[in-house]
Design a protein around this ligand. Structure first.
Ligand code: DAT
Ligand code: MG
Length: 139
């Protein structure tokens, strides 16, 4: 398995509830390296571009309202098998179904407000990283 980069978000609920530090600690303790990090707030247009695969779904409005409601921390993570490792650290999309100790189990309230985002494949990771980070913002 090669060294990969993946894209992560500490969603508005995580930032608002003061869980950003714990999320960063979990990433560092897992051995994944943070090679890009910044705060931003998504607009509806930016959110639609980011979640392009979901814009036609019934839950999209709820997703956009949530993702634009406050600041987020966005990150690029690097490591061997980083895409899958970050997904495993986050846990299942629905916090109720996430394994104990995962970030979504610890900090997510429900399937909509689920604390973190992670890319799901090499192609989406490449798109998502480049959507938010230019070359000078990645170490
Ligand atoms: P993931 O974030 O685990 O990759 P996804 O890509 O299927 O999950 O969906 C993107 C986000 O959309 C997800 O983190 C939360 C929201 N979402 C997904 N399914 C939902 C549903 N049935 N009801 C409300 N929000 C949902
Ligand atoms: Mg997804």
């Amino acid at each position: 398995m090669a060294v990969e980069r993946t894209f992560a978000i500490a969603k508005p609920d995580s930032v608002k509830n003061g869980h950003l530090g714990e999320i960063i600690t979990a990433i560092e303790q897992s051995g994944l390296k943070i090679v890009g990090l910044k705060m931003t707030q998504l607009t509806p247009a930016i959110c639609k571009g980011f979640y392009h695969e979901h814009v036609t779904k019934g839950f999209y409005k709820e997703l956009e309202d949530f993702m634009t409601e406050g600041p987020v921390a966005i990150m690029v993570l690097e490591g061997e098998n980083a895409i899958l490792r970050w997904r495993e650290l986050m846990g299942a999309t629905n916090p109720e179904k996430a394994d104990a100790g995962t970030l979504r189990k610890r900090f997510g309230a429900n399937i909509g407000r689920n604390a973190t985002h992670g890319s799901d494949a090499p192609e989406s990771a490449k798109f998502e990283v480049s959507y938010f980070f230019n070359a000078f913002e990645q170490m």
